[in-house]
Design a protein. Sequence first.
Length: 112
Amino acid sequence: MFANKKNTVKTYQKKSLNIKKKQYKNCHYNLFVSTDFQFVRNKKGKDLAMVKGFTYYKQRHGKFTQIWQCTNISRCRARFIITHNGEFIRYNMEHSHNPPRCVISDGEYIKI
């Protein structure tokens, strides 16, 4: 009986993933590719995403996606949505400010 529950859960997750892909079919799915993309940690141990020198924090996450927003929230509306597989679903990479000055040492982000 336990194995049946496990299989049911897997089937349910597959169906949900298909629904999500259909929901986003008109968006810029998988079009954003950047070689300047990396994940780092700040001094407090929180994850940050760095894209072309700009930093983003994980605003929230759901069952299938993560929403990352620019760390300069008061002035900037740049953000992106990715799946847990790392595929970009939606994005706005237009910033209203210059990239922050920082140094990355051993995967840790240090603001100058």
